[in-house]
Write a protein that binds this ligand. Sequence first.
Ligand code: GLA
Length: 379
Amino acid sequence: MGDPWEAATPPLGFNTWNRFGMSIDEDLIEGTIEAMVAQGLRDLGYGYLNIDDGWMAPERDRLGRLAPDPDRFPRGIRRLADLAHRAGLRLGIYSDCGERTCGGLPASFGHEREDAESFAAWGCDFLKYDWCHVPFERFPGQSPAEVAKALYGRMAEAVRAAGRPMLLSLCSWGIGEPWLWARGQWQMWRTTDDIVDAYRREGTGWTGDLLQVFHRNARLDEYAGPGGWNDPDMLEVGNGGMSDREQRSHFALWCLMAAPLLIGTDVRRMSDATRAILGNRELLAVDQDPLGRQARLLRSEEGLHLLVKPLAGGDLAVGVFNERDDEGECRLDWDRLGAGARRLVARDLWTGRERRVGGLEGSGVAPHATEVWRLMSLD
Ligand code: GLA
């Protein structure tokens, strides 16, 4: 295993945005540190506690530095990083390539060096870097991809020069196709618009519902691997906009896609159902498998999707997602998946039940569900 900021496996943790938006303060962060330990999330591997947009004061300080909001973060970020570290967690911070964050607060354009130095001095371990209010007029004739390469390159370099290693999370929502160029400097890159807490949202033009995010991210499997991951955005598990079954699909699909898993709900108040999903160790092991492969979408027909993720040691994670509103029948050729092994066992990663499998089998999949198995050979 390398150092955590090198992201040999997809990053795991928590982020404030999906549940709290701009309404964050130091009490929330302190309570979340305690809850991540008390709820066992840290011990499951959820190691990053990431502060998203909303932490900065409305203007830079007299010396031109970013400062935490004096009302909501009166005791500063450094203390929170110390608390996180003492609890065995790592602290993430947020800024943006442009002149303002998406929430309208000061951002890092033209201040990359001093901001990276502040984050390093405070003891931050992770930086999410957003893409709002980018001054394109300062880059005449350059495409969005060229501007993204320049600005993300600038910040990665500033962080390197500041001397404290951080895991770098690129957030251009897929603009500029960062999967083609960010590896080596950035350890994860968003592939889609912001996720919304909905399985399917029709008629709004919004492209961030679960189905759209899944479809867009699933076809980028060849770009994910140790050190650099496709990021289909943070988890909405526990936030109330999806049925239990849809939330289980959300989690299983993200694990199959070797996605970073950043919990986006209030971990101080989780239901048993939420805890059971986020705490599914077998699925976490699929996500965190050291081979670091994103599942390949082997088949996609009539709303039934077959995903296969090779695991270290020769096992396979096999998932079938039924996106339709009625039950689907998926035919699986176990022998072919098992590459000719004579004796195959499939363990259902939701129920833990194991059974011998072979030949062609039909599997009924409930609407919006994802069945997921670990396929093992006994030969
Ligand atoms: C963008 C990002 C989100 C979140 C918000 C904060 O929309 O994609 O993940 O960070 O900004 O304003």
